[in-house]
Design a binder for this molecule. Sequence first.
Ligand SMILES: Nc1nc2c(ncn2[C@@H]2O[C@H](COP(=O)(O)OP(=O)(O)OP(=O)(O)O)[C@@H](O)[C@H]2O)c(=O)[nH]1
Length: 317
Amino acid sequence: MAIKLARKSFILPSKELTHWFPGHMSKGMKQMEAKMSKVDCVIEVHDSRIPLTGRNPLLRDVITKNKPHILVLNKMDLITAEDRRNAHQKLLNERVADEIIFTYCKNEQSPGIRKILPTLQKLLKRKLSISVETGRTSDINLMIVGIPNVGKSSLINMLRAKHLSKGNAAPVGAVAGITRSLQEKVKICENPKIYLLDTPGIMIPAIKDAETGMKLAACATLKDHLVGPELIADYILYWMNKEGIYSYVDAFQLPTPSDDITEVLTRIAISQSKFLSIRQGNGEKRSYPNFKHAAEQFIKAFRTGQFGKLMLDSDLM
Ligand SMILES: Nc1nc2c(ncn2[C@@H]2O[C@H](COP(=O)(O)OP(=O)(O)OP(=O)(O)O)[C@@H](O)[C@H]2O)c(=O)[nH]1
């Protein structure tokens, strides 16, 4: 059922997007650097669907100043076990962090969540040994960092639920940019006492090419309106066709695979009876398929795993 791809490249809708770094992010970055001296370990959270794309290359050596560093690849439910193994190996070879843990942040009993405390105990062995003077262990301060919408707040809430049986302390949302400033530290464990600082999502300072930008947009780390839902849907369609994955055909009951986003969105809008009524120059009203609605449905299907478990960086492994 393979189809010939007509398009090979994408252009981001605005030049500014390649350096999209709003004020609250540079403020957040400064706040993070100011607090770094009190931090024992940095937990960097990223999206499993793009383990190589969009991570901040300066994080390890410059921003976190070589603190013990755990890379948490969240949303592991959206990729396959094989992609997980390949990404793990590749990132280990590149020594991007001291430890790499895959998590699913909708269940506090999932294996990745259970692994975090023992990993901290291993990395911070010295700090966690019982002091001869006080007879107790030192408090541990963690900082959680990462680009927007990867699940930083969800991870904090899971750790609190697992180790303290407490409810949510950090707000969670499906759109990027929910946490906008450095938060007060949150206790996530009583014994040993572990505190976590939630930080606002900080985008990479420069998006190096359109493919990177489109992957970040597809995973909702950029707000949809910055790129536009039709363009994001077009990229997802392009990527799936390129990989020979045609699950969108069944998901939206299309007759065949297609490389034409207008055709795909038209069919989705018609099948869901979503039209826009637009008045013509002569005063008459005409109905047009609602492309925006169709594009949003297409993107949602990708993001919720309806098209299957898809890792956008699989071509980079
Ligand atoms: N499928 C899936 N979705 C997740 C997982 N963890 C979090 N999410 C969803 O991802 C979205 C973002 O989660 P948040 O915890 O708000 O992410 P954040 O990194 O704190 O976001 P900002 O505050 O915008 O930087 C929400 O819709 C969560 O429900 C996961 O393991 N799997």
